[in-house]
Design a protein around this ligand. Structure first.
Ligand SMILES: [Zn+2]
Length: 252
């Protein structure tokens, strides 16, 4: 955990601070200041009060890309509360993950957060990196051929038939955009399509004429996008899909 409460103030971990508490469960936390991970807080009772939060160095680096008051916000719905890694003023809730979640867990969290997007450390697993690179050898990802001139913005297509050969199946059941961060990959760096790992790939949750829609961003472009992006509910995601279908009568 990056922030604790000391009095009414949100503070980052520093050595020798006593009396700080977790902003969610209000039990005491202790500062962990070592060399391996950046300074952080841990519950003194060693029980992480929110098992939905997945701490890692990769997550900490992403948190730092956004204003501190957007980070580790507590979302309350009825009796339940969970941390949102990042909540923007436009209500986009960015969920940072690097483990493979089950379909049930994904559904539960999407239902809870209402306007989430997923940001995944996809470069962490050699197997995921290798199959992603292989899809370029096999030309699974294509450019659309028939885009009306007035709507020319760049997106790419991946046939539904091949989508599970390219991306880990955990992310295929999401109902919200999944941003896959391959920039962390160490595997595949000598591959002939290795430059594709320098981008963040967005897998949209809908299928149009048998294709999944993909967007590709540099890290800086994605940060800009997330800062300004409007958080969409499931209903609004469905409207977005309908608009996309209407605007693209012939994709390929
Ligand atoms: Zn706690």
């Amino acid at each position: 955990m990056k922030f604790a409460l000391l009095g009414n103030e949100r503070i980052v971990a520093q050595p020798h601070i006593k009396g700080a508490i977790c902003p969610k469960c209000h039990t005491e936390v202790i500062s962990k200041c070592g060399e391996i991970r950046v300074n952080h807080w841990a519950h003194k009772n060693k029980i992480q009060c929110d098992e939905w939060m997945e701490e890692s160095q990769w997550r900490e680096q992403w948190l730092d890309e956004f204003p501190s008051e957007w980070q580790e916000q507590i979302i309350e719905r009825g009796m339940e509360s969970h941390f949102a890694d990042i909540q923007t003023p436009n209500d986009t809730i960015i969920l940072l993950h690097q483990s493979h979640l089950t379909t049930e867990i994904i559904k539960e969290r999407e239902d809870f957060y209402l306007t989430p997007v997923w940001l995944i450390n996809a470069g962490r697993y050699k197997k995921d990196v290798n199959r992603f690179l292989k899809c370029f050898e096999q030309a699974f990802i294509k450019e659309p051929k028939k885009i009306p001139e007035n709507l020319r913005y760049s997106f790419l297509l991946l046939s539904e038939f091949n989508v599970d050969k390219v991306f880990h199946r955990s992310w295929l059941s999401c109902h919200f955009p999944v941003f896959l961060d391959y920039t962390t990959a160490t595997a595949g760096r000598d591959h002939r399509y290795a430059e594709q790992l320098d981008y963040l790939w967005c897998l949209m949750p809908y299928s149009v004429q048998g294709f999944r829609i993909l967007f590709k961003f540099t890290k800086q472009q994605l940060i800009e996008k997330l800062i300004h992006m409007k958080g969409r509910t499931l209903e609004e995601m469905k409207q977005l899909e309908q608009t996309f279908i209407k605007n693209h009568p012939h994709l390929y």
